[in-house]
Design a protein around this ligand. Structure first.
Ligand SMILES: O=P(O)(O)OC[C@H]1O[C@H](OP(=O)(O)OP(=O)(O)O)[C@H](O)[C@@H]1O
Ligand SMILES: Nc1nc2[nH]cnc2c(=O)[nH]1
Ligand SMILES: [Mg+2]
Length: 175
């Protein structure tokens, strides 16, 4: 565990682990697309980096969309949330497709937690449709479409951040 000072990280505060496999993530992204298919059509997908890139690729593939842009945001340093910074906004071409307000654009992220990232991107593109795969209660009101809600004290472990590892048997003190 990376610990930089004595303050507990967001991950430690969350406590309840929710590991997601590639298979599960793919299934959840497909389920998200089923819902989005009823809402569209969309002109383009806007992925919130970096976590939004993976679901954005799957959703774009399923919806037949080939224009994919990014809003690049830096906030959590591993698992501690600092000030939000927009490192890159959408291109002029994508902004035009969204009529300046994001209408007809589909913003995709892996999850909303506190909602800070979602709020910032919604301010940039108020009329866009915002979809995430997972949602925690604080951020949920910001999202138009999501698949699975988890409690606020859950920490989601994504497959690109994790690896298979040995677990000791319950008898030997495993949690
Ligand atoms: O609702 P919030 O409390 O703002 O948290 C949600 C954001 O946190 C994670 O991204 P992170 O900032 O960790 O960066 P990453 O996508 O580059 O991993 C996640 O991918 C969301 O974008
Ligand atoms: N991986 C991961 N990143 C997050 N960023 C904010 N909340 C979470 C979470 O539950 N899991
Ligand atoms: Mg992110």
């Amino acid at each position: 565990m990376v610990e930089r000072n004595s303050e507990p990280s967001a991950q430690e505060r969350a406590g309840r682990p929710f590991p997601v496999s590639w298979d599960q993530f793919h299934r959840d992204c497909r389920a998200l697309t089923w819902r989005l298919n009823e809402v569209g059509p969309f002109h383009a997908v806007v992925a919130i980096t970096r976590g939004g890139l993976v679901p954005a690729a799957i959703v774009a593939r399923e919806l037949g969309l080939r224009v994919i842009d990014t809003v690049c945001v830096a906030s959590y340093d591993h698992d501690k949330q600092g000030d939000l910074k927009v490192l890159k906004g959408i291109s002029e071409q994508t902004a035009k497709l969204g009529g300046g307000t994001g209408k007809g654009l589909l913003i995709v992220d892996d999850l909303v937690d506190t909602g800070k990232t979602g709020k910032l991107v919604r301010e940039l593109l108020p009329d866009a449709h915002f979809a995430t795969v997972y949602a925690k209660p604080k951020g949920r009101p910001l999202v138009d479409t999501y698949i699975t809600e988890v409690s606020q004290d859950t920490w989601i472990f994504f497959p690109w951040d994790t690896a298979l590892s040995f677990q000791p048997p319950l008898r030997d003190g495993a949690a």
